[in-house]
Design a protein around this ligand. Structure first.
Ligand SMILES: NC(=O)C1=CN([C@@H]2O[C@H](COP(=O)(O)OP(=O)(O)OC[C@H]3O[C@@H](n4cnc5c(N)ncnc54)[C@H](OP(=O)(O)O)[C@@H]3O)[C@@H](O)[C@H]2O)C=CC1
Ligand SMILES: CC(=O)N[C@@H](CCC(=O)OP(=O)(O)O)C(=O)O
Length: 359
């Protein structure tokens, strides 16, 4: 008999919380329980998440206020809150519901090094949870199994940052195979606006953003720097030097990362392709398109799919990897549900869309 897993979402009025709700509603083993919000507590769910409004589980519902008692009594709690907010909620929840599976899509529990947290987030570190990237290669691995084993045995998951997912999945096969030098990595990402959340921000005014490409977090200041470095070290990189620059472009969803790193003299395009194919041929959600076919951000909208392409720039002596994903699916909610599936012993792919929407 199929057992239904009940799910609460904190931050359900936001973009990430709304996307988690969409995936939960489509999942064969999950049912939607508490939906909480902050300034919008008491408001209609359908008014804030109109794309979900037709579902019977949404009709007539209002957000509760985020608190441990409001979230307690479920099998699973997703935290989709601003940085710094989830640590306190998670601690209060552990008091009333110690065995609940908690997945934090914010940054609070991702970093291992508390000093890196303080340097980039300027607050006290809440602690480190199991990292929610099943495909993360560990040193010595050419295909990912160690991270899956960790996720299958945890009740606390820190879901990765969306930009971090794109850069890590782009580069890690080359690091694992010893084909690229991790001490000279350059990553430039075109990113969509939903990554910034719903809360108004001055650099996101529609009249200025429409039709413009806007770099931000330039010069090594973006808080995803230490998380990318951490992942490449897990994959076996000895020394990581990273130049990471995101650029807002006028699209709602999506990331297109271009990552380059030097290759050893004599490395061939076939060797590169073989390393990426070895890492990803058996991955359910990471797909290597035919040679020469470039990923586009539009191809993965709404899907948990990641497209990764690798090429050799012989003149530059660098591997050039392009990677497309939907920041709200594989970059957030999809990775969270994939991790939930592993933590609960469900099929890893359950409830997760593989196909995008086009055009
Ligand atoms: N958007 C994305 O692509 C990604 C987002 N994330 C992470 O997910 C988390 C949520 O992001 P996102 O949904 O985009 O942001 P939004 O601004 O869209 O939503 C934020 C949510 O948190 C609630 N909230 C705001 N302030 C507080 C507070 N002080 N205490 C408790 N709850 C609060 C809001 O409630 P209310 O509306 O009622 O005020 C809302 O539900 C962030 O940590 C973000 O970094 C991670 C990967 C990608
Ligand atoms: C467009 C935009 O602003 N994107 C966000 C990415 C959001 C994300 O990945 O979430 P975390 O903040 O949880 O790491 C950024 O670059 O900060």
């Amino acid at each position: 008999m199929r057992v239904t897993v009940s799910v609460a979402i904190a931050g359900a009025s936001g973009y990430a919380g709304g996307e988690i709700a969409r995936l939960v509603l489509a999942h064969p083993d999950l049912s939607l329980g508490a939906l909480t919000a902050h300034s919008n507590a008491g408001e209609s769910v359908a008014a804030h998440q109109p794309h979900l409004a037709a579902h019977p589980a949404i009709v007539g519902r209002r957000f509760d206020a985020t608190s441990a008692p409001a979230l307690a009594g479920h099998d699973v709690v997703f935290l989709a809150l601003p940085h710094g907010a989830s640590g306190a909620v998670a601690a209060a929840l552990a008091e009333v519901d110690p065995d609940v599976l908690v997945l934090d899509v914010g940054a609070d529990h991702r970093l291992v090094d508390p000093q890196a947290w303080r340097d980039y987030y300027h607050s006290e570190h809440a602690g480190t949870w199991t990292y929610g990237m099943p495909e993360l290669l560990h040193a010595g691995e050419r295909t990912a199994s160690a991270q899956r084993a960790l996720l299958a045995d945890t009740r606390r998951v820190a879901v990765p940052g969306c930009n971090v997912t794109a850069v890590t999945l782009a580069l890690q096969p080359g690091v694992a195979a010893g084909l690229v030098a991790s001490d000279d990595v350059v990553a430039v990402l075109a990113v969509g606006y939903s990554g910034a959340g719903k809360a108004p921000k001055t650099h996101l005014l529609a009249s200025e953003a429409h039709g413009a490409a806007v770099p931000y977090g330039v010069g090594g200041t973006h808080r995803h720097n230490p998380e990318i470095v951490q992942n490449l070290q897990v994959a076996g990189a000895q020394q990581v030097r990273l130049s990471f620059t995101p650029v807002l472009v006028p699209m709602s969803r999506g990331i297109l990362a271009t990552v380059t790193a030097p290759v050893a003299e004599g490395t061939t395009a076939a060797q590169l392709r073989d390393a990426w194919a070895t890492a990803y041929d058996d991955e359910p959600f990471v797909h290597l398109p035919p040679e020469g076919q470039q990923p586009t951000s539009a191809s993965v909208v709404g899907a948990n799919t990641v497209l990764v392409q690798v090429a050799l720039d012989e003149r530059a002596g660098r591997a050039v990897i392009t990677c497309a994903l939907d920041n709200l699916v594989k970059g957030t909610a999809g990775a969270a549900v994939q991790s939930l599936n592993l933590a609960l012993g469900l099929p890893e792919t359950a409830g997760l869309p593989l196909l995008g929407v086009a055009p």
